[in-house]
Design a binder for this molecule. Structure first.
Ligand SMILES: Cc1cc2nc3c(=O)[nH]c(=O)nc-3n(C[C@H](O)[C@H](O)[C@H](O)COP(=O)(O)OP(=O)(O)OC[C@H]3O[C@@H](n4cnc5c(N)ncnc54)[C@H](O)[C@@H]3O)c2cc1C
Length: 402
């Protein structure tokens, strides 16, 4: 049986594990975290990704875990409401699209992948070497092993990509913005409500989703590349506090709460662009190969669809990994490119450059319910997302005996 190692047990890795098991492969997942990483923020599942989730029998469960957000409210530095819109429109969602907490999605995917998958937590690949037998893999903690194929599903800062393709700076393109997100007490008593305080070059938000006892604080800002240690949250917190000092609304309180946040996250908003996602017996999936960035709102859907297509191509190629990887790229690349295109335009709306821009956008929001071209304006927001999210029709893959 073909033996496949997946590095990374999140959306892409768990979906791939599920579908590889379905197709009859032996699957091992190595995850750096000590257990399933079930924290995180809210994410969207749209278009073709809904088909993947449905084929996994998870659509009803995913819908049951929907964040059920109701409204987005914009406030000025003194907390006065300056604009409002439905949460659906704020998230660029329509129809069947679902928003779910990332942790809920990973728990569902993990349960679906079942006991047939071998998990190795608290470990990481240290070297990959191709031999006539396959890929010889060494680990930080475990004993070396050989696999037929190795897949990097280890995110934006992929370890497998660095080992098999080279330095991250060749592939990771910073879009000139950063995002920070972490859990805070819900001191505003928000109920399925999203608050946003736009300021020139920086936006601060806070939201609380259905069934949550706490809230998330979110900081978005434009910036040239920043120098900091990615493994030093204390340094990153100091940096963020400095950048947002003097801001109004609830910003000082959120920055105070940041000190105790169990899950502080800060990173650049970046895309991964590569000419090829595969090298020899090693390939990449999800953010590791083609991060569209949080600004696209489509990273999770790309990870779900990408994993489904990769597993299908491996199954159809009957042991010919090179043919499988060629088919994977051929079938997925257009979908990836269409979704990556969404990010820059979305970012322009998420972080407004000047006070005048903020005033204009808030005025438009207040006027929108009364404007005759209202539906056309809404279409202009949702149509590009819908087109990108459905830019692939997923097909059935029939496993050929290897
Ligand atoms: C703040 C934020 C907001 C976002 N909002 C949205 C949104 O609204 N909509 C949307 O669709 N997407 C959103 N995304 C993007 C989405 O989270 C990702 O695109 C999606 O999770 C990609 O999944 P992945 O499995 O490829 O990577 P990840 O979810 O990043 O998972 C990578 C996994 O690899 C593991 N790992 C890392 N290094 C190693 C190693 N050396 N060895 C073993 N394991 C390792 C990690 O622990 C992790 O479990 C957002 C992302 C962020 C950061």
């Amino acid at each position: 049986m073909t033996n496949i190692l997946i590095s990374g047990g999140s959306v892409a890795g768990l979906t791939l594990a599920y579908w590889l098991r379905e197709h009859g492969f032996a699957v091992t997942v190595v995850e750096r975290a000590p257990s399933l990483r079930d924290g995180g923020y809210k994410i969207d599942v749209r278009g073709a990704a809904l088909d993947v989730v449905s084929r996994m029998g998870l659509l009803d469960e995913v819908r049951r875990h929907s964040t059920d957000m109701r409204v987005a409210r914009f406030v000025d530095a003194r907390g006065r409401q300056i604009g409002t819109m439905s949460a659906q429109l704020f998230g660029g969602r329509e129809g069947d699209d679902v928003e779910i907490m990332r942790g809920d999605l990973t728990r569902l995917l993990h349960a679906a992948a079942g006991d047939g998958v071998e998990y190795v937590f608290d470990d990481s690949i240290t070297a990959l070497r191709e031999t006539p037998e396959g890929v010889h893999v060494t680990f930080a903690n475990g004993a070396p092993r050989t696999f037929d194929v190795v897949v990097g599903a280890d995110g934006l800062h992929s370890n497998v990509r660095a080992l098999a393709f080279g330095e991250e700076s060749r592939f990771v393109h910073d879009l000139g913005h950063y995002i920070s997100i972490f859990t805070v007490p819900n001191h505003l008593g928000l109920d399925r409500t999203e608050m946003m305080h736009p300021a020139p070059g920086r936006s601060t938000g806070m939201y609380s989703t259905a069934r949550a006892d706490d809230a998330k604080a979110m900081f978005l800002f434009s910036s040239p590349p920043l120098e900091y240690d990615r493994r030093d949250p204390a340094q990153q917190k100091k940096l963020l506090a400095g950048l947002f000092s003097g801001q109004g609304w609830e910003v000082p309180r959120l920055l105070d709460a940041m000190e105790d946040a169990p899950d502080f996250y800060l990173d650049s908003i970046s895309q991964v662009r590569m000419d090829h996602w595969s090298s020899g017996r090693v390939t990449l999936v999800g953010d590791a190969a083609y991060s569209a960035s949080p600004a696209s709102g489509q990273g999770t859907s790309l990870a779900l669809v990408g994993a489904y297509v990769l597993a299908g191509c491996l199954a159809e190629a009957a042991g010919d990994h090179a043919a499988a990887f060629t088919a994977y790229e051929r079938e997925l690349r257009h979908f990836v490119e269409e979704n990556q295109k969404l990010a820059e335009g979305n970012l322009r709306g998420m972080v407004l450059k000047s006070a005048a821009q903020i005033r204009f956008q808030m005025l438009m929001l207040r006027l929108m319910p009364h404007l005759p071209g209202r539906n056309r304006m809404i279409e202009r927001v949702t149509e590009p997302i819908r087109k990108a999210a459905t830019a692939i029709t997923i097909r059935d893959y029939r496993a050929q005996a290897a």
